[in-house]
Design a protein around this ligand. Sequence first.
Ligand SMILES: NC(=O)c1ccc[n+]([C@@H]2O[C@H](COP(=O)([O-])OP(=O)(O)OC[C@H]3O[C@@H](n4cnc5c(N)ncnc54)[C@H](OP(=O)(O)O)[C@@H]3O)[C@@H](O)[C@H]2O)c1
Length: 325
Amino acid sequence: MVAAVRVHRYGGPEVLTYEDIEVPPPGSGQVRLRQHAAGINFIDTYFRMGAYPSPVGLPFVAGNEGSGEVIAVGEGVTDLKVGDRVGYVVGLGAYAAERNLPAERAVKLPDAISYEQAAATMLKGMTVCYLLRRTFDVKPGTTVLIHAAAGGVGLIACQWANALGATVIGTVGSKEKADLARANGCHHTILYREEDFVARVKDITKGALCDVVYDGVGKTTFPASLDCLHPLGMFVSFGSASGPIDAFNINLLQAKGSLFATRPTLNNYAAKRGDLLKLAAETFEVVASGKVKIPVNQKYPLKDAQKAHQDLESRATTGASILLP
Ligand SMILES: NC(=O)c1ccc[n+]([C@@H]2O[C@H](COP(=O)([O-])OP(=O)(O)OC[C@H]3O[C@@H](n4cnc5c(N)ncnc54)[C@H](OP(=O)(O)O)[C@@H]3O)[C@@H](O)[C@H]2O)c1
């Protein structure tokens, strides 16, 4: 039996149940991991609430990102062996002391990446990689707006966009978060709970507006985010921490200046193993170089997953959070 956090019915943080579960030996193509850390992500709350239905039904082990040591390999696995250090992002199963994982989704960790860093890098770091390097090509001269700039994805995105030479504008929920975002490469911060962020973006950019807006907040920042873009700018809606964006008429994009809009997810950008490995290598490299630090600002024992979700949803966290089995 191993310790795990399961969801037996959809609901609030209280449905996260810490209990012992049976984990069978790894099947064909799988490896068994002794987990060292599991990432906590906003997407975990969407699965917990049933906003994203569990592909394995109920009950399910929560969590989508983690790292650990291979302790057994199933039939047909040739490129991993007992003792290898790996990280992964995969649908569900991460909040557990041990788990089985499809070997083709495991990525070997370089020595420079600790288990704790990996548990915040595989999902959040690789997301920033594809957002800044694939969805839109951020480079010197680019002006970006990043909503929730002091969050898990946000702090990594600020550092990375800064390292790429962009002018980085970030929205944040408090003065403390503004200080933190600035310390992580954000050039201009906006307190979007008090200030009109469109007016501030116009002011900061002297009317030129942004090339790209990265919006993981959703309901409360839409459609105002579109007004932060110059004509032909790119709106990247990659999450909905405040709730999903309502359906809208596509002619709005014409009215706001022939804008582009996309709603990307890491699943598609990392669907092929080759793409997964390239994203991971690029992300590990920027972390190992010191250009981007993975800010693991909250650590909880596995049994405190409820508290971890409460903190995340009440906007009490900064940077990344992890669970330690
Ligand atoms: N599409 C993808 O591939 C992908 C991958 C990873 C993450 N995501 C998305 O990226 C976003 C950030 O994820 P994360 O795990 O790093 O979370 P996070 O940014 O650490 O936490 C969410 C932040 O959103 C802000 N927020 C604004 N309104 C909120 C509300 N009503 N309730 C709660 N928070 C609110 C808060 O920051 P302030 O207090 O500063 O407002 C909060 O700290 C999420 O939307 C997530 O789904 C998408």
